[in-house]
Design a binder for this molecule. Structure first.
Ligand SMILES: [Zn+2]
Length: 127
């Protein structure tokens, strides 16, 4: 089975738009995602620019978040104390979700554009 890959997203948020870059790639076990906790917590402490996570789903599995994805993001939401993004890639298809509160459902992101060098421009449709 294909291994999922996961990145921490760092970047900025302004007027309903995130500029995000993928950092610190981790290869998880098949069908599960593991993030580099230590790196991510240190990064947030030092720069405060962690905005979420991105991961792949095995080809054809789709871009819907799994229960585990939601549980993991909720744990991070509690750890970092701020709203977080989750991008899910399946081949060329990409979907984004936002978790505002710990007990929230994931809300789909309106628009995701691939920028240069693996960067993303993400908009929630609000401004
Ligand atoms: Zn997933």
């Amino acid at each position: 089975m294909e291994r999922e890959r996961c990145w921490t997203l760092v970047g900025t948020y302004e007027d309903g738009t995130w500029h995000a870059a993928k950092r610190r790639r981790i290869s998880g076990k098949p069908a599960s995602v593991e993030v580099d906790w230590e790196w991510t917590l240190k990064r947030e402490e030092k720069r405060g620019d962690v905005i979420g996570f991105a991961h792949t789903h095995p080809g054809g599995a789709g871009t819907s978040p799994s229960e585990r994805d939601l549980r993991t993001l909720r744990a991070w939401r509690i750890a970092l104390g701020k709203p977080l993004l989750m991008l899910i890639e399946d081949g060329e298809t990409i979907a984004g979700y936002m978790l505002h509160h710990d007990d929230d459902e994931l809300k789909p992101i309106m628009s995701i554009t691939r920028g240069e060098q693996g960067a993303f421009i993400i908009s929630n449709g609000l401004s």
